[in-house]
Design a protein around this ligand. Structure first.
Ligand SMILES: Cc1cc2nc3c(=O)[nH]c(=O)nc-3n(C[C@H](O)[C@H](O)[C@H](O)COP(=O)(O)OP(=O)(O)OC[C@H]3O[C@@H](n4cnc5c(N)ncnc54)[C@H](O)[C@@H]3O)c2cc1C
Ligand code: SF4
Ligand code: SF4
Length: 477
């Protein structure tokens, strides 16, 4: 049971310090004084309604928030759910099977961002009668003039609707509306979500018997970080579509003549449709983290450790070369394991058994950022006297190699600058305001992506090349 003090505590810790990832869990309990709001940066965040602050919600509100004080960690939740049937690894969490592969039946792979498993598993649960409804993310808007969102969580009741919810949406979504619908509509549900969202669902289930009974399976996505709506706007604007005119965006268009990680972005307005290779658009270097939520820099769950199955991209040699896309998959729930085993036997899934080490390798950069350098970011926040959410990794000022410290500081700067600079661009109605602010900092960031020794050697190499060009016969170097 929560009272005004608890609400204020969540507000003063998670929300005021910028750690709200906008999942919507705190707005789900009946009588909750929290509502979800899209802020100027294009991020969902919880807002405490002052006229409802004395309402009494039936749950301990700080313990439904994935960043809340006193909320159990992913390790604790995972242990309660999977200890009996799974082994444990500190990076991947609990696991039963680890695979790389794709869906061989239907159009799942063609219509998915990667190997199509994200949609397939929801479809299979529905098709085989394990659930009646699926909660997934579908395109949701007719346009942006009215401020509506391009994607939203919805309840799908047929395999057709489930399939319409394929593809990765690097875009904010929130759970409060759809979970209220679950509470009002009896049935068995499966849900798909990012690691922190699945953690929120598990936390809600610990306190809400109706959600515990109705949500039977959770599918997780491996997660690097979440973007604000401005990420979509910034890509479309670079393609000639102004933010207010953007109606559709696909962040993962497969490019048949390129490796899986060389995908394109497609954006559409009422009168034009553009497709551009994503790496030609500014702000798409995932490591630099433009338009990232601050919460994501303080999150240590990459493999959706509280989900029954997690799917991601197999960014591994031997798989990444295939433009059609290949999933990395970690199974945890025995029912899901049985579905996967069965479909594999029937050759509906084409999967290779891989080691946990390979699963980890597939997310190498993400794990380094979220499991190692998070300690340094926590240290810097604490040093400024700011509250930090409870994490499984302790703050530390030591981060090796040394250039990594500067890189981390620049990542934080790029993150913050992207949000502010884009507001400036919208005000000026000129994308250049954003690009001109970001480009010098990004150049600086790239300079610090390697040790001084490597940079020194590059400089020498450049100087030698320039000298050789002066020598007749070497001009083509
Ligand atoms: C914000 C974000 C960050 C990601 N970061 C990484 C990463 O660092 N490394 C990695 O390997 N993979 C990452 N992924 C996952 C990856 O992009 C693919 O979604 C995943 O490999 C599944 O592809 P698929 O072809 O199997 O699924 P698809 O068949 O394309 O289905 C995707 C499923 O995910 C659901 N979905 C899409 N967007 C969202 C969303 N925002 N919130 C909740 N559900 C959603 C859809 O409704 C659908 O059910 C990320 C995904 C997102 C949305
Ligand atoms: S529960 Fe979710 S929406 Fe509420 S404060 Fe926490 S992160 Fe934000
Ligand atoms: S990085 Fe963590 S906090 Fe951010 S969206 Fe992914 S799971 Fe949530």
């Amino acid at each position: 049971m929560s009272n005004a003090n608890d609400y204020q505590a969540l507000n003063d810790t998670v929300i005021s310090n910028g750690y709200c990832v906008g999942c919507g869990a705190c707005a789900v309990p009946e009588e909750s004084p929290f509502t979800m709001n899209l802020n100027d940066y294009g991020q969902y965040e919880a807002v405490l309604a002052s006229d409802r602050v004395f309402a009494r919600a039936s749950v301990d509100i700080e313990k439904v928030c994935p960043f809340g004080s006193g909320a159990p960690s992913e390790d604790q939740i995972g242990k309660d759910l999977f200890d009996e049937s799974c082994d444990y690894d500190s990076q991947v969490g609990y696991y039963q099977g680890t695979y790389a592969g794709y869906v061989a039946e239907g159009a799942f792979r063609d219509r998915g961002s990667s190997g199509g498993m994200g949609t397939w598993i929801l479809n299979e649960l529905l098709d085989q009668g394990y659930v009646d409804h699926v909660i997934n993310v579908r395109p949701g808007a007719e346009g942006r003039e009215d401020g509506s969102m391009l994607f939203a969580y919805t309840v799908s009741r047929s395999t057709g609707e489930t399939q319409a919810g394929g593809k990765s949406r690097y875009y904010p979504v929130e759970l409060s509306e759809v979970l209220r619908e679950v509470r009002e509509t009896p049935g068995r549900y499966a849900i798909v979500g990012l690691p922190c969202f699945i953690k929120s669902v598990r936390l809600l289930q610990r306190q809400d018997p109706v959600l515990a009974e109705r949500i039977r399976y959770c599918a997780g996505l491996v997660c690097g970080h979440l973007k604000s709506t401005r990420y979509a706007d910034s890509l479309a604007w670079q393609m000639g579509i102004e933010p207010s005119r953007l109606e559709t965006i696909d962040f993962r268009v497969k490019n048949p003549s390129a490796p899986a990680n060389r995908y394109s972005t497609s954006a559409g307005s009422a009168d034009r449709q553009e497709v551009v290779p994503t790496n030609e658009l500014f702000g798409t270097d995932w490591g630099a983290g433009a338009f990232k939520y601050k919460a994501c820099d303080f999150c240590d769950d990459v493999f959706a450790e509280t989900a029954d199955i997690v799917v991601g991209d197999a960014w591994l040699p031997g798989y990444v070369e295939d433009s059609k896309g290949t999933n990395i998959i970690v199974t945890r729930h025995p029912d899901i394991q049985a579905l996967v085993d069965n479909a594999r036997q029937e050759q509906r899934l084409e999967l290779d058994d891989i080691s946990v080490a390979q699963a980890i390798q597939s997310q190498d950069a993400g794990l380094r950022h979220r499991r190692i350098s998070i300690a340094y970011r926590l240290y810097r926040e604490q040093r400024e006297g700011r509250w930090v959410p409870p994490k499984r990794i302790s703050p530390s000022k030591h981060l090796k190699p040394r250039y990594e410290q500067k890189r981390q500081r620049l990542r934080v700067r790029l993150r913050d600058l992207s949000h502010h600079a884009f507001i400036g661009a919208l005000k000026d109605r000129d994308l250049d305001t954003y690009l001109k602010a970001m480009r010098p900092v990004y150049r600086e960031y790239k300079k610090h992506s390697h040790s001084w020794m490597t940079r020194y050697l590059w400089r020498i190499k450049g100087a030698v090349k320039r000298c050789l060009r002066l020598v007749p016969g070497f001009q083509r170097l």
